[in-house]
Design a protein around this ligand. Structure first.
Ligand code: 6GU
Length: 277
């Protein structure tokens, strides 16, 4: 897979040299090119932004540097024999970045990222390139960052670990908390390793029992517990058919019951004292 990033802070992308993504690059599984947007400015101050039409606070990134940068990166990529890239525009007003989108993007040969600073990029740039290639405007969560570079790191890591041969074991993403098509998208429960006793704290006996069935059941119960505490919306979204008899018993203990129509689960009690569960 080829990745291009156009940014005014190329140093911000240094983490792409490290760890999983860095190793995938070293092995030749991932080809990363980081470009300085200011290389496509022609004035003394290397200006990339200007005041917004219509007024208001902040600055908007100008059309011309982005247009010239993207044309140049595209020409170079096509020369290297690639099919058109997917253009990924990080923005807090994008669609939520999910594991499903990560899987989809991991199947494309070429991703081109345009992280912006300031109030974002002049709309005409995205509209222009959207006539030539698929565009994904993505947000990595409900908070505001100063720029899209951190989002590029997030998306890149989520995608790279799905590439064939990048993670040691292809089985390992089947059980990911948000793997698409999983029976139920639950958060993963706690994990333990040696020593068996640390500062007076033991490991749950079941994990030392060697009883695979009981261990799987315990893990599933812990996943239901943790999901209830941290992401009850995931339980509410589940099709109740995804739950077996033992799941339903655990859900009942955790305060869940099927809606009267049996289509979803709902909680029959909630703390009203404001204490976090
Ligand atoms: Cl992709 N960019 C910025 N600036 N803020 C964000 C974001 C992206 N996703 C969440 N917040």
């Amino acid at each position: 897979m080829r990745l291009d990033v156009v940014t005014i802070f190329p140093e911000y992308l240094e983490p792409l040299n490290v760890s999983l993504v860095g190793k995938a690059r070293a092995r030749g599984q991932l080809h990363v090119h980081v470009h300085d947007l200011r290389a496509w400015t022609y004035d003394r101050h290397n200006t990339v932004d200007d005041t917004p039409y219509g007024g208001g606070p902040g600055m908007v990134m100008k059309t011309e540097p982005w247009g010239d940068a993207l044309d140049s990166v595209l020409a170079d990529g096509y020369e290297a024999g690639s099919r058109e890239p997917a253009l990924i525009v990080p923005t807090p007003s994008g669609r939520p970045f999910t594991q499903e989108l990560a899987v989809h993007l991991s199947e494309r040969p070429w991703l081109l990222f345009t992280p912006a600073r300031y109030e974002g990029i002049d709309r005409r740039v995205v509209d222009e390139y959207a006539t030539r290639m698929p565009v994904y405007e993505v947000s990595i969560g409900d908070y505001v960052l100063a720029g899209g570079e951190a989002a590029v790191l997030v998306v890149t890591e989520a995608v790279a670990r799905l590439l064939p041969g990048v993670l040691g074991n292809a089985e390992s993403h089947r059980d990911d908390s948000f793997a698409p098509g999983a029976m139920a998208n639950l958060l993963e429960g706690p994990v333990h390793t040696k020593p068996p006793l640390w500062r007076g704290r033991g490991v749950p006996d079941v994990l030392l029992s060697g009883h695979h069935g009981k261990i799987a059941r315990w893990r599933r119960d812990e996943a239901l517990r943790r999901t209830t505490a941290h992401r009850p919306d995931l339980i509410e979204r589940c099709d109740p058919k995804a739950f077996d008899k033992k799941d339903r018993e655990m859900l009942s203990i955790l305060g869940w019951e099927p809606d009267p129509d049996g289509e979803r689960y709902g909680r029959f009690w909630r703390r009203t004292d404001g204490v976090e569960e």
